[in-house]
Design a protein around this ligand. Structure first.
Ligand code: SAH
Length: 214
């Protein structure tokens, strides 16, 4: 998601109490219970965009801690503004490049990972940058607890097929896989729509989803 550069976005993010600041990030591994002040499970969305999904999840599940990760300040700003309107104690944000995810979460510290409508990086030579690639799965393998799971939604069939083919070589397996999420009453129970999900499903695109574990 790219927004025009918003003047002052970086400054707002830099002053926000909801954002775990870059200077503090190296101190985070192993300390998330301390950051939230409780022992509740920590679930993260990587590439959260404006944060509608994670904000709604945090509001609906006050006994779970959520961390939203986004690399662009101008996008993250929208999520911070939602928190200004109504602050949720169980939600924090990280402005960072997800490649460095093992530098902010300790081994097994994350209970669940959400990837929603990740950038497709359609050129073969950019496959490593795709968030469901085997390179990223290896990073998730470190931070995700043993019986934790990862959930991925997208309307991009090519990206989804790529992601599904990455599972076996990376040592993961799918417990659930659908090519039309919105047509599956069981999987739709508790489904929180992301911004992209609303937009693309309204255009008639079916939404693919997998749930994977090791
Ligand atoms: N999850 C949201 C937004 C999807 S767009 C939704 O479903 O509506 C993908 C988002 O992921 C963009 O905002 C992009 O900036 C962010 N993103 C992509 N690659 C990233 C990376 N490597 N690290 C952090 N954020 C990333």
């Amino acid at each position: 998601m790219r927004l025009r550069n918003i003047t002052g976005a970086r400054e707002v993010i830099g002053d926000s109490p909801y954002v775990v600041q870059e200077a503090v990030q190296p101190l985070c591994p192993g300390r998330w219970s301390e950051i939230f002040g409780n022992e509740n499970p920590v679930r993260i969305e990587i590439g959260m965009g404006k944060g509608k999904f994670i904000y709604t999840m945090a509001k609906e599940h006050p006994d779970i801690n959520y961390v939203g990760i986004e690399k662009y300040s101008s996008v993250l700003l929208r999520a911070v503004q939602k928190m200004d309107q109504e602050e949720l104690p169980n939600l924090k944000f990280l402005r960072m490049e997800a490649e460095n995810i093992t530098q902010v979460f300790g081994p097994g510290e994350v209970d669940r990972i959400y990837l929603n409508f990740s950038d497709p990086w359609p050129k073969d030579r950019h496959a490593k940058r795709r968030l469901p690639s085997r390179e990223f799965l290896a990073r998730y393998d470190v931070i995700l607890k043993r019986d934790g799971r990862l959930e991925f939604k997208t309307d991009n069939r090519e990206l989804f097929d790529f992601a599904a083919a990455e599972l076996e070589p990376a040592g993961w397996k799918a417990s659930t896989i659908t090519y039309d999420l919105h047509d599956d009453a069981v999987l739709m129970e508790g489904n929180v729509m992301t911004e992209y999900e609303e937009k693309f499903s309204a255009m008639g695109n079916p939404i693919c989803k997998y749930i994977i574990c090791r």
